[in-house]
Design a protein around this ligand. Sequence first.
Ligand SMILES: C[S@@+](CC[C@H](N)C(=O)[O-])C[C@H]1O[C@@H](n2cnc3c(N)ncnc32)[C@H](O)[C@@H]1O
Length: 285
Amino acid sequence: MARNPASISPTAHYTGYTWFAHGMSHPALVTPQGKLMHTALRPLHGLATITGAPTLQAFLLARHRLIDHLLELAIKEGRVSQIIEVAAGLSPRGWRFKQQYGDKLRYVEADLPDMAQRKRDLLQRAGLLTSGHEVVALDALADTGPLCLHALADTLDAQRGTAIITEGLLNYFDTPTVIAMWQRFGRVLNRFPDGLYLSDIHLHNANKGVGVQAFKAMLSTFVKGRVFLHFDNEAQAEAELRNARFEPAQLHDPTRFANALNMAMHPGANAVRVIEARTHQTRHG
Ligand SMILES: C[S@@+](CC[C@H](N)C(=O)[O-])C[C@H]1O[C@@H](n2cnc3c(N)ncnc32)[C@H](O)[C@@H]1O
């Protein structure tokens, strides 16, 4: 199902500010919209913290840090040196990873044309774009045409291990759309010697209970539309990823990584799962 991007993009400003507020971003990636939304939600966040209710911040930070961690492992193990971050919004990950790994890494941030243009302008104006770091226009739902992922993959080095990341994207789309997206990602990543797909996802089994229902309602209001939960549990999602030519495919509960990430997991952190799904050319051809 095609959602109006105008209903999704404002959340990129909010999460962009969240990354900054927690010391993970650069002031150049802060927008007035993001700051305003953050200020508006602060009382609700304060109330939830006092009452021990789940907070948006808890799962946002958990997912962001765990995606970083899994990406870092893949880079350090030599499995990945090219990254396509789909729906990157105002995320600082591209800038942070390029700062850390420099020329060893090619990092392509991709988003719908308006957001890509805005991100490129912000990075360029602040002098944060280095060689091997680009921001391009892409539609994650397109199978053909200049905005499709295959066209972008044609511009990459076919000999390098490649990762695709989606963060904060899947739950805006219904199940057939997400499955089609995974099939697309699986086809593209199988073109490279090693492939890695990282993403957050919310499941039914981790989003039950009155508190979480209220939380979901708040999230839906916030994103001006329904938030989709596609699968009942981890096994269903993993099976669907295997159908899309990923093997192995695993969903992680971020709270199990509290030690590795050296972070406190607050209520709400276990509402999200992080997908780590791989492809390997010699197995799938
Ligand atoms: C919730 S924001 C997440 C941004 C960023 N990944 C983060 O976590 O801060 C969702 C992003 O998805 C982008 N988006 C929505 N539909 C898209 C599509 N069909 N293709 C690519 N990006 C899309 C929006 O423009 C927006 O930047």
